[in-house]
Design a protein around this ligand. Structure first.
Ligand code: MF3
Ligand code: CO
Ligand code: CO
Length: 258
C-alpha cells in the first residue's frame, strides 16, 4: 500500500505475541490457498478458499470492507502489479499469480503474499519470480534496528537492477500492527541511511514489486472501493513476495512463517 501517517510505537510483550499468532495464521492461509492453485480454478474460487480457511483458523480476512474492498485476498495475475481482484478468470498453465492475504485476529494484522507459478512457466517468468523472492529476502536482510528504511530499499533496488528488472517506486511496504497500514513506508529503492528510522519492537512489511520491463504502471478503479489496482504500462510481467517482520533490539524476526 501507499503512504499513511500513523506513527509506529514499540509493542508490548503481549502485543508481540498477538502479532506472532496472527502472522502465523496469515502464513497458513497463504500456503493453503497457494496449494490449491491449478489450471482450471478461478481466482474467485481461490478467494473463497482463503476466506473459509481464515475463518476455520479463527481469524477474519482484513481486506473485506477495507476502504470498500470486497474480497478476502488480492490476486494479481501476470501483468497485474498488485491489488488484483478475484474474478471468474480461469487460471491456466504458464500463469504467475501473486496471492496476498491479510488476517486480523485479536485486534492485530498479519500480511503476507507470494507469487505462484502454474505448471510449466516460461524461463522469463520463473527468472522474474526468483528475482522477486530474492529481492524481498535481500531487503529483509538489510534491516538493522535503529537503521533506516532506505537501507532496505537501497539493497533491494541494487539487486533488482543487476538482474535486469525494475522496482515499483510509489507502492511498497508499510508499518503494521494494530493498524493494517501505518508508517513507515518501506520502499523498494532508496539511499543507505535515508528514509524513516527503524524502531525496535515495531512491525512492518517488506513487499517489493518487481517488473520484467518498465517500472511504470497504470491505475484502475475497483467498483465501490477507494482501493485501486495496477497493471504494468508495457503489459510485461510483475512479481511480488511479502512478509511481515518484527524488529527486535538485535535484528529482526520474520513473523509470517508457518
Ligand atoms: N495486502 C495488501 C498489502 O500488502 C493490501 C491490500 S488492501 C486491499 O498491503 F484492500 F486491497 F485488500
Ligand atoms: Co502489505
Ligand atoms: Co499484503
Amino acid at each position: 500500500m501507499s503512504k499513511s501517517s500513523r506513527t509506529p510505537v514499540p509493542l508490548t510483550k503481549d502485543e508481540i505475541e498477538k502479532m506472532r499468532v496472527v502472522c502465523k495464521m496469515a502464513a497458513k492461509v497463504l500456503n493453503y490457498t497457494a496449494s490449491k492453485v491449478k489450471p482450471g480454478i478461478t481466482t474467485l474460487e481461490l478467494d473463497k478458499i482463503a476466506n473459509d480457511y481464515t475463518e476455520k483458523l479463527g481469524g477474519t480476512s482484513a481486506c473485506i470492507g477495507y476502504y470498500g474492498y470486497p474480497f478476502a485476498t488480492c490476486i494479481s495475475v501476470n501483468e497485474v502489479v498488485c491489488h488484483g481482484t478475484p474474478s471468474d478468470y480461469v487460471i491456466k498453465e504458464g500463469d504467475i499469480l501473486n496471492i496476498d492475504v491479510t488476517v486480523k485476529k485479536d485486534g492485530f494484522f498479519g500480511d503476507t503474499s507470494k507469487t505462484v507459478m502454474v505448471g510449466k512457466v516460461s524461463k522469463e517468468a520463473s527468472d522474474l519470480v526468483d528475482a522477486a523472492y530474492n529481492a524481498m529476502m535481500i531487503g529483509i536482510e538489510a534491516i538493522k534496528p535503529n537503521g533506516y528504511t532506505g537501507d532496505i530499499g537501497f539493497e533491494t533496488n541494487k539487486y533488482v537492477q543487476r538482474r535486469g528488472y525494475t522496482t515499483v517506486k510509489e507502492i511498497g511496504g508499510h508499518g503494521i500492527g494494530k493498524t493494517f497500514h501505518m508508517d513507515p513506508f518501506v520502499p523498494a529503492f532508496g539511499k543507505r541511511g535515508k528514509g524513516e528510522k527503524i524502531i525496535p519492537w515495531t512491525c512492518f512489511t517488506v513487499e517489493p514489486m518487481v517488473n520484467e520491463g518498465v517500472e511504470d504502471f497504470d491505475e484502475y478503479s475497483i467498483p465501490n472501493s477507494e482501493i485501486k489496482y495496477y497493471i504494468t504500462t508495457d503489459k510485461k510481467l510483475s512479481a511480488q513476495f511479502e512478509h511481515t517482520i518484527l524488529i527486535t533490539d538485535k535484528g529482526y524476526e520474520i513473523l509470517t512463517l508457518e
